[in-house]
Design a protein around this ligand. Structure first.
Ligand code: UFG
Length: 345
């Protein structure tokens, strides 16, 4: 960003896990940030701590994307120049039980956001998509031109928004849109001040492992020990949340210099099995992780990891952190915040 005037970026879902880390990266890179969040999964405390960490303040709007009048008020008040859109529901399992909730929150919410962006002539957007859109991808590493075939309503809601975005860019040449497909986010800010605080029982592996190491849960269930992988457990591309956050800033910078649509994976390109993750976490935390291998979880694939060359080339960005860093930072956050954001110290 060459200019001296700070670009104004609205972050929807900025009180969430990836959103709050991205706010820190944006503010540290000199952007002026506002957060729009309905706090259904996010935490206001995360926004406060993101300010503390970056040494900058941001504006916070408690608003819901499904309420167009509210979204318009936010645009009127803040006058953003670009948007990073995280706000969404993200549980695969819940999406199967409550598909309409997912289509309403994710798809309808995004349509309203895009309508308001259009009204306000804000045409620069970084969209939070997911590797889930690839479904049962046949080949690893998974490249961006792999077939899009999500297997659940959550993934389909993201794939639909991706489609809407490509239609918008095709209809008006002055949009600048990045669709970022994340692999498996993990870790926390190295300070231990912000991190992941899922509500209820975690469904994802990293927070579950961290809670077992802490003694908050007794045992990890490993879903499947008979996959076609080196040790039989599922292989995923875990990426440090700070790398992910910096990937968003890099994509935003790219869009400032390039019009049109870009789609890129954000991953490390390296896969680890569930058992490798358990061992790394035990080593880094110094705590045992009792586990039991149970049946496969329906919908899971054996192996998923990213082809990373596109993001590296276009955004001049590359994941810097490795598995031990992710475990160390996840553990530090967990120890410093045993009950997440709900009770300090
Ligand atoms: N796993 C266990 N036990 C658990 C939880 C997970 O063994 O208690 C295993 C899974 O079977 C899988 C691996 O750990 O092999 C990772 O599972 P996660 O639930 O952490 O992540 P997924 O890869 O299933 O899905 C995640 C997000 C999706 C996103 C996808 C992108 O939940 O939203 O990554 O690839 F779309």
């Amino acid at each position: 960003m060459g200019g001296s005037i700070r670009m104004k970026v609205l972050v929807t879902g900025g009180a969430g896990y990836i959103g709050s880390h991205t706010c820190v990266s944006l503010m540290s890179a000199g952007y002026e940030v506002a957060v729009l969040d309905n706090l259904s999964n996010g935490h206001f405390e995360a926004v406060l701590r993101a300010q503390q960490l970056s040494g900058h303040s941001l504006r916070f709007y408690n608003a819901d994307l499904r309420d167009k009048a509210d979204v318009e008020k936010v645009f009127y008040a803040f006058q953003p120049e670009a948007v990073i859109h995280f706000a969404a529901l993200k549980s695969v399992e819940e999406s199967i039980r409550e598909p309409l909730l997912y289509y309403e929150s994710n798809v309808a919410g995004s349509v309203i956001l895009l309508q308001v962006m259009s009204e306000y002539k804000v045409k620069q957007l970084v969209f939070s998509s997911t590797a889930n859109v690839y479904g049962h991808a046949l080949d690893v590493p998974i490249s961006e031109d792999s077939h899009i075939a999500p297997t659940n309503p959550y993934g389909r809601s993201k794939a639909m928004i991706e489609q809407i975005l490509s239609d918008i860019v095709a209809s008006e040449a002055d949009w600048r849109v990045a669709r970022l497909r994340y692999f498996n986010p993990m870790g926390a800010h190295p300070s231990g001040i912000i991190g992941e605080d899922p509500r209820g029982v975690p469904s994802n592996l990293p927070p579950y492992i961290a809670q077992v190491a802490l003694g908050r849960r007794s045992q990890l269930q490993i879903f499947g020990g008979d996959y076609d992988t080196p040790d039989g457990t599922g292989v995923r591309d875990y990426i440090h949340v700070v790398d992910l956050a910096e990937g968003h800033v890099a994509a935003l910078n790219y869009l400032t210099n390039n019009m049109g649509l870009v789609t890129a994976n954000l991953g490390t390109g390296r896969g680890y099995s569930v058992l490798e993750m358990v061992k790394a976490f035990e080593r880094v935390s110094g705590h045992p992780i009792p586990y039991r291998i149970v049946g496969r979880r329906s919908g899971d694939v054996a192996k998923s990891y990213a082809a990373t060359n596109k993001a590296e080339k276009l955004f001049a960005w590359k994941a810097r952190f490795g598995l031990d860093d992710m475990c160390r930072d996840a553990w530090r956050w967990q120890v410093m915040n045993p009950s997440g954001y709900s009770r300090n110290n």
